[in-house]
Design a protein around this ligand. Structure first.
Ligand code: PLP
Length: 307
């Protein structure tokens, strides 16, 4: 399918507090964010008109900026409202929402203290990253091993959804796409299993749901949601160090992320897996949860936590 370029679409983009016609949402080429990757972003999904876990995404966006040393000049309430407004202005009920904050063009040197902080929020229709419908998604995706590693938290702002960190993901994804894979599985600098380029990973081992401890990569909002769904089914959920040698023993593997939702994995670098009942249960539960009213999501999760 031919891509419609992202700078040549109809609609509006929220930019620094105003709705701007899509094609006019521009920034200067000498922006600090472009040269020094001083930018942070979010990836959110709206279902039936509600952005799923909007406040968690907004809080993470603000926290990501603070990790990079800047304060986004809008409150969480204002950012939440802007996300919903831009969806409505584009007539989207189901869509992907992309807030991004970056340092402007007032100063162009490694130091960027004099820059103004900008915020833009765009949205567009975007079905699941790996397939439009459940049947095609249940076939599963193929992961190759990334040639790059997730860095040590003292060498990169790994808790931030910082634009600069995605350079590693893009290089990794391009490398495995060249071998015909759908996505890359990344190890961390110690050689432990970390995550895919835009989603967390889960393994079913001895009937239990295991996932790597997120000590140098995002503790995804979907990851935490899926862990809570699994516990609701009395599944044992284990967060721990996972070494690549253990992956062969898994009976099911799946990814979890806002864009990927719950996506089964059918191969990791030559090792085959059959998407199974645990993955399908969690995929269905997630599909149902995201379509509930936000108050209902909070209620469900609170009752689960208390159980
Ligand atoms: C690198 C990376 N890891 C994990 C995730 C999953 O995070 P979330 O579930 O909060 O979308 C994402 C997506 O944002 C990501 O880009």
């Amino acid at each position: 399918m031919a891509l419609v370029p992202f700078d040549d679409r109809d609609g509006v983009i929220w930019m620094d507090g105003v709705m701007v016609p899509w094609r006019e949402a521009k920034l200067h080429v000498l922006s600090h964010g472009l040269h020094y990757a001083s930018g942070v972003f979010e990836g959110e999904r709206s279902y039936s008109g509600n952005v799923f876990k909007l406040r968690e995404h907004t809080d993470r966006l603000i926290a990501s900026g603070r990790i990079l040393g800047f304060e986004i000049p809008y409150s969480a309430e204002q950012i939440d409202a802007a996300c919903q407004e831009v969806l409505a202005a584009n007539g989207l009920e189901d869509g992907y929402v992309r807030p991004i904050a970056w340092r402007g063009s007032e100063q162009l040197s490694v130091s960027g203290q004099q820059t103004r902080i900008h915020l833009a929020i765009a949205c567009w229709a975007w079905p699941n990253l790996f397939g439009d419908d459940r049947l095609s998604r249940m076939r599963g995706v193929r992961l190759g091993m990334a040639p790059w590693k997730r860095p040590h938290p003292e060498t990169a702002p790994t808790a931030s959804k910082a634009a600069g960190l995605y350079m590693i993901g893009t290089m990794s994804k391009h490398a495995v796409e060249a071998e015909g894979y759908d996505d890359a599985l990344m190890l961390d600098w110690r050689g432990r299993v970390a995550e895919a380029t835009g989603a967390n990973i889960f393994f079913v081992l001895d009937g239990e749901v295991h996932t790597p401890t997120p000590d140098c990569f995002l503790d995804g909002i979907t990851r935490r949601t899926v862990m809570s769904l699994a516990r609701r089914h009395q599944m044992k959920v284990v967060e721990r160090v996972i070494m690549p040698e253990e992956m062969a023993r898994a009976t099911e593997v799946f990814l979890a992320g806002t864009a990927a939702e719950v996506t089964p994995v059918r191969e990791i670098a030559g090792q085959a897996y059959t998407p199974g009942a645990i993955t399908e249960t969690l995929l269905r539960d997630y599909e149902a949860l995201v379509r509930m009213a936000p108050e209902e999501v909070v209620r469900q999760e609170a009752s689960r936590a208390a159980a």
